[in-house]
Design a protein around this ligand. Structure first.
Ligand code: AMP
Ligand code: MN
Ligand code: MN
Ligand code: MN
Length: 279
């Protein structure tokens, strides 16, 4: 079975429109898909207008990826099977949208100190919406010849610990887990291998997440070595977390994950439960 429970459209920082993403999912023979745009569910507004055109072979699950920070570390929480029209998701989206606006203003201010001038209206025009993320700002810096690549923009200014990085602006993790849970959804730790934590800290983080009501963890995020997958399978098993998988697909590009993961190849000897059996 080919599935994907973490990917992005151009409603956040992905390149494909929701319709194009669905078409790619059909092309790649996906049976189950969740779009998880950053702090936004607008992709579903577009897709739901033509939901009856979806083939029976593809099941679509409502999703979102919400930004937070825990002990000063930037963390992403995926919410699956959420009611996008519920009070709690509407509240989550509106809170995080305001946080993004304020963060963008702060980043622009910090960059101005480095003699980098960003026009907010042009930034929104270039993004195609006002759900601005760091990749949009990075692209702006490339377009205006401040840096040679998006990667360089992160390395120089926008990445963790760099001069224009804003550490704290999001809702806290417990709030986010509650928003997802109250919307009937399942809260999942996104790409756990991306956070720079010691083993001890990672255990403490996962235990805190569970204590706050979190239910799952991504055992596969994009392309990763098998030993990383095995590590997270063990962790999911030890902590009693549901296992999820996602490509974190943003665009069609060389050396980057495409949409869809064949879960038939996941070898599980332990007593692990997959999130897709609970959707
Ligand atoms: P934001 O949600 O605004 O904090 O932006 C985070 C997004 O930026 C991630 O979801 C990635 O898509 C992208 N990103 C993070 N780090 C990098 C990097 N070093 N180079 C390019 N894109 C990155
Ligand atoms: Mn992204
Ligand atoms: Mn993420
Ligand atoms: Mn993502």
């Amino acid at each position: 079975m080919i599935i994907d429970l973490h990917c992005h459209t151009n409603c956040s920082d992905g390149k494909l429109s929701p319709t194009e993403l669905i078409n790619l999912a059909i092309e790649n023979k996906l049976e189950l898909l969740a779009i998880t745009d950053h702090d936004c569910t607008n992709a579903y507004t577009e897709i739901n207008k033509q939901i009856n055109k979806l083939p029976n072979s593809l099941k679509l699950i409502n999703g979102i990826e919400i930004s937070t920070s825990w002990n000063g570390i930037g963390i992403h929480i995926v919410g699956l099977n959420i009611d996008i029209n519920s009070k709690s998701i509407l509240e989550a989206v509106s809170f995080q949208k305001q946080a993004r606006i304020e963060r963008t203003e702060k980043i622009i201010h910090k960059l101005a100190k480095k003699k980098i001038v960003i026009d907010y209206k042009t930034l929104i025009k270039q993004a195609g919406h006002d759900n601005i993320g760091r990749p949009h700002i990075a692209q702006y810096l490339v377009n205006n010849n401040y840096v040679v690549s998006v990667d360089k923009a992160f390395q120089k200014y926008l990445g963790t610990g760099k001069s224009a990085n804003i550490k704290q602006c999001w809702a806290d993790m417990e709030q986010i887990i509650n928003w997802i849970t109250n919307a009937g959804g399942i809260a999942i730790i996104a790409h756990p291998n991306k956070y720079k934590m010691t083993r001890t800290k990672q255990h403490y983080f996962i235990d805190s997440f569970i204590e706050m009501g979190g239910k799952g963890i991504e055992i596969i995020s994009g392309r990763q070595p098998i030993d990383v997958t095995n590590k997270y399978i063990r962790l999911a098993n030890d902590k009693g977390l549901l296992a999820s998988v996602g490509s974190d697909f943003h665009k069609i590009a060389k050396y980057q994950p495409t949409l869809g993961i064949n879960v038939k190849h996941i070898k599980v000897s332990n007593n692990i439960d997959f999130v897709w059996n609970n959707l």
